[in-house]
Design a binder for this molecule. Structure first.
Ligand SMILES: [Zn+2]
Length: 402
């Protein structure tokens, strides 16, 4: 939670007992702050002396196709990301599509980038959502990296994954928040909803139609986790709902990539128990986490929000997709780091963070059942498509009787 008090301390996350927390202190209050924390016997470590400098270094203005730069060692502007995605689609005509799928609160385009197999229209679908929180650039950063790897890598696993599935990416679901975070307030997380002439913003990952407003969400517009006036009140969450509705058939994998925490979160966000196919999914996620840790020693934890944060949540995209569309493999993934640099992940770590997540992502995709035919079976209750499987159960006993 971003909140200020008399020492101008800004918490970068909600304080929870017995957990490490990142916060920023105004330099003029530094000595007071240390004195206070010593008084309460709280242990503090200085991570960054000049946060603004690191944040300023993160974003480069324009270099969509600069051949001399490594694209994934810098964070990019929204304009540059869209330019790059458009150019990438042009370079891979026939199997890619870059299309505007709706508008944000401030009338910016929200785009989807697809990689599809034109000869196999019935492939299983993967949807990847990122950039839902304006200040968590790393999720969008990894998403564009993954698009690039799927299209250009010669790694046999990535080539196989590209051909096997139909891929749909929404790299920046919250373009207004992304721009506002880069231009005005680096810590801005919400969208840019206006009410009575004021931009108050809604936390989009509390606005989806799953147990709306129940946990870890506020009805106070000024709050960092304001859930909005009603579920799906925001143009951005509506755009995503409309898009997923169109792609629901055979939708089997759903990923929501976010900023720091190093966690693979499995639904359901409001539960204190492990429900549905949690144990199966957890096995794959733990394998992925182990692979990632062996890459550079960064540990990723796996579980439901209650396991990982000690609290319940609601209104998140992952739980809503899992529940409403019966998608078997749904993950909310928090990339680097563990909270040491928090949102100010140094540029030297950006590419490594992507490579590390790529290893985990490929492992996760490869370890789920190979003969996966999509969730046709799961959606039959909604009248989308009737699988032959139920009929087998009916016919067999009759044959035995004869
Ligand atoms: Zn987030």
């Amino acid at each position: 939670m971003k909140s200020k008090n008399y020492l101008d301390v800004i918490f970068l996350e909600e304080p929870i007992i017995k957990r490490k927390i990142a916060l920023m202190v105004n330099p003029q209050h530094k000595d007071d702050f240390i004195e206070r924390t010593n008084h309460f016997k709280l242990r503090t470590t200085l991570i960054l002396r000049d946060v603004q400098w690191v944040l300023d270094e993160q974003v480069v203005p324009e270099n969509a196709f600069n051949p001399h730069s490594n694209r994934w060692t810098y964070i990019h502007t929204l304009e540059d990301i869209y330019k790059w995605l458009n150019g990438t689609a042009v370079n891979h005509t026939g199997i890619t599509k870059f299309e505007a799928i709706g508008k944000s609160a401030e009338d910016r385009d929200i785009y989807a980038f697809s990689i599809i197999n034109p000869l196999k229209d019935d492939s299983v679908k993967v949807i990847i959502e990122a950039g839902t929180h304006g200040n968590e650039y790393i999720g969008t950063h990894f998403t564009t990296y993954l698009i690039n790897q799927l299209l250009n890598s010669t790694d046999p696993n990535l080539v196989m994954l590209r051909k096997k599935y139909n891929w749909y990416f929404i790299p920046v679901l919250n373009p207004d928040g992304y721009v506002y975070s880069q231009k005005e307030d680096r810590l801005w997380r919400k969208n840019r909803r206006r009410t009575e002439g004021k931009s108050i913003g809604v936390d989009l990952n509390r606005n989806f139609g799953y147990k709306f407003g129940l946990y870890d969400a506020s009805s106070e517009p000024e709050h960092e986790r304001y859930h909005g006036p009603s579920e799906f009140s925001e143009p951005e969450t509506q755009v995503l709902r409309k898009f997923i509705d169109r792609k629901r058939d055979r939708l089997t994998f759903y990923f929501s990539f976010h900023g720091y925490g190093q966690k693979i979160i499995i639904p359901y966000s409001d539960s204190t128990r492990h429900l549905g196919n949690f144990h199966e999914v957890q096995t794959y996620a733990k394998q992925a986490a182990a692979k990632m840790e062996s890459f550079a020693g960064h540990k990723y934890s796996v579980g439901i929000p209650f396991d990982l944060f000690g609290k319940r949540q609601s209104g998140d995209s992952a739980s809503w997709v899992k529940k409403d569309y019966h998608v078997p493999y749904v993950f909310t993934v928090l990339l680097r780091d563990d909270g040491s640099y928090a949102l100010a992940l140094p540029n030297e770590q950006l590419l490594a963070a992507c490579q590390e997540m790529e290893i985990g992502f490929v492992e996760l995709m490869m370890s789920t059942p190979r003969n996966m035919k999509g969730n046709t079976f799961f959606t039959r209750a909604r009248g989308i498509r009737i699988s032959v499987l139920p009929f087998l159960f009916i016919i067999l006993p009759m044959l035995i009787m004869v």
